[in-house]
Write a protein that binds this ligand. Sequence first.
Ligand code: PHE
Ligand code: ZN
Length: 873
Amino acid sequence: MSASAPVAKYLKDYRPAPFLIDRVDLEFDILDSHTSVRARMVVKRNPKADASDTLQLDGSAELVAVRLDGEALAPSAWTLADEVLTLPGVPESFILDIETRLEPAANTSLMGLYASNGNLYTQCEPEGFRKITYYLDRPDVMAKFSTTLIADRQRFPVLLSNGNKVGEGLTENRKRHWVKWVDPYRKPAYLFAVVAGKLSVLRDHYTTRGGRKVTLEIYVAPADMDKTAHAMSSLKKSMQWDEQVFGLEYDLDTYMIVAVGDFNMGAMENKGLNIFNTKFVLANRETATDFDFEGVEAVIAHEYFHNWTGNRVTCRDWFQLSLKEGLTVFRDQEFSADMQSRAVKRIEDARGLRALQFPEDAGPTAHPVRPESYIEMNNFYTLTVYEKGAEVVRMIHTLVGAAGFRQGMDLYFRRHDGQAVTCEDFVAAMADANHIDLTQFKRWYSQAGTPVLDVSLDWFAEGGAASLTVRQHCPDTPGQTDKLPFHIPLAVGLLAADGSELPVTLASDDAPGPLTRVLSVTEAEQTFTFVGLNEKPLPSLLRNFSAPVRLNYAYRDEELAFLCAHDSDAFNRWEAGQTLATRELLRLYRGEGEATLSACLIDAFAQLLDHADSDPAFAALALTLPAEVELLELQDHADPARLCQVREQARAELAQALAERWDAAWRRHSGLAFRHEDAGRRALKNLALSYLALLPGGDAGALASQQYQQADNMTDRMGALAALADSHSHARDTLFADFAQRFADEALVMDKWFTLQAGSRRQDVLRTVTALMEHPAFALTNPNKVRALIGAFGRNLAAFHAADGSGYRFMADQVLAIDAINPQVASRLVSCFNRRSRVEPARAELMRVELARVLAHDGLSRDVYEIVSKNLN
Ligand code: PHE
Ligand code: ZN
């Protein structure tokens, strides 16, 4: 981007659109060489905007013709510059015809209309519709759409768009056919979709509570039909759950899901026609792990839930993205919690937030849940908008309770169905329905950064009282300093010395309080006094991770071990173990004290393992050490290689100290016939195997080979492979080769094979990754492949941060190569440089050099420019 630096858009500049579009009738003429698109729009002035007779439409497609009220416009009657078509002197209302010419086969960005495997697909969120035609491509312009698709019958037997199919037929020579779709609901252009191609369909039905019979369809490549059953059952469960929990029913006669192998994100909630990355549709026991099954269920649910939170009520502008995403992620998290173990789900979500969103919130691209500016909107589909956004919604849920939350949702839909609204509108509905003041709470939407709570407890034996002092502060983030206090729901419990729970009673209570109490923390410093206590309690803080904050409390190691064994809050049992482990790892890293793990930690793990079978899924999480990325965040001037080495050493010690227990656990949960509900047992077994693989002179190679050969499911096969991924053994080579041969035709399975090798601890990773880029199953144009191989390399801290800078150089080269193909994918990749300020100066300098090289590159996309320029600031 040498010539002119891209410019940012600002929330404060929001103005209503000067014109509205009432209707759009689209015709896609799909030809071998190209696709012609004719759009007829009914346009009128927006009475709520400042009067203007200049219409400006967004667009970047090849423009063939413009007609206004049927009259062809001469090229002098319009101008086209910087992807804006300007028509001066237009009437109050008129009909505009636009014809464009698209080349989907040449579109590698996977935005707008593109080809994948000979079929055609669209992706319009956030600003892809402008690649199809010229339009008011903003979410507050909501129109009624009809779509006619015309194509060759042989090549494109399936022709889909949003809404209901209202007609179909053959063209004169009978070689081509057409299908017409009408969507009765107004929608913004980002929810538009078409699909054309050769696809097989799994069909089923669902009758809504209100009696609407809905046809459910899942379209996939013919070879993948044996991997669609789980998606279908997930869809039905989602439809039922939304009726039961939120009283929300589906509103069209057909619900279609289409799976495509080339897709930038996870999935897309286009009205009545979701388009999914194959990764989140296809699953069967042989090809998908338990984790994949969970992912499919969650993403199917997420997109389904968008029909109300996103489509019926949409966003006024893209700064409000979390209005639909934070809320919908919260809804899919709750759904998953109801489908499996609530505690385990909460731990997984909190762990993900801390490992990935906290670093984002502490880095150069930190932004509020409702951002204030962006250069490229695609860069704002972030963990902050999605996952922290979901935490913000969850905090409201915690503050008002489940019933209050439901009332808030009901009011939100009563007020805003069919509208494009803001995060403020959502919070207002919650506040009004519950008669509470959420003014201060709204700072969660506008202030970036992860708040830190420093908590201490004073014990007053004479009065039987304990006072909890809570101090909060939030670190500065780019463009934001001196933040104001947040409104934080802090869930607290108190434990007695025998492990029992004490009521949390405040002086103002006239009866003993609850065992878990949600305190409203609103000040920079605040004290809460608990009374009626016969002994000094041990506080259990931030139960169930009641707020997305970091919490410090000076527990002694023994107290953490005690909480790990006794806390009634499963999240905090897990948390106590993690805190203990983190302390130990950082102590070893800094070279303080003994160079071995403390007995306290080993005992705590031994106890967890002894009780593991009562909840193996929980145990598997609790017995996993904190991730390297989490440790990196806690250390200034970190040496990533050493962090990795210390964690591996700790794992090896735990392997040895508990060797018999790991072996017994592996055996107890091995050799079972497959049942989905044994996912927790498989997780524990595979964790045990990964520890056993670290025993010097152990027989992990044999155990893993045995598990691999006998596996009747992908989780066990992958578990065996993963256990050997870091080794140089013969068993490893044999299993990896067998796997590649067995699954050569399964794209999603090959992704796993790439990822395991890119994440390996072996010294030769970079060489392996470079060689794998030549593998026939790899393609730089396919986002899943890039993420599986190159993305995984970027997450491999030891390899990416190699002291000689080879990892950085490789990554910068790939970013530039991919940027020319697909800027969105490139910009996600380049984000692995974002924690530059965390690492020691020599590496940080090597990173800077590579970033500067990327930034200087001619023709760099806005996407990558935005991330890199923030990083170098
Ligand atoms: N809106 C999609 C979702 O979260 C994500 C997405 C964004 C997909 C942009 C494609 C492009 O469900
Ligand atoms: Zn979403």
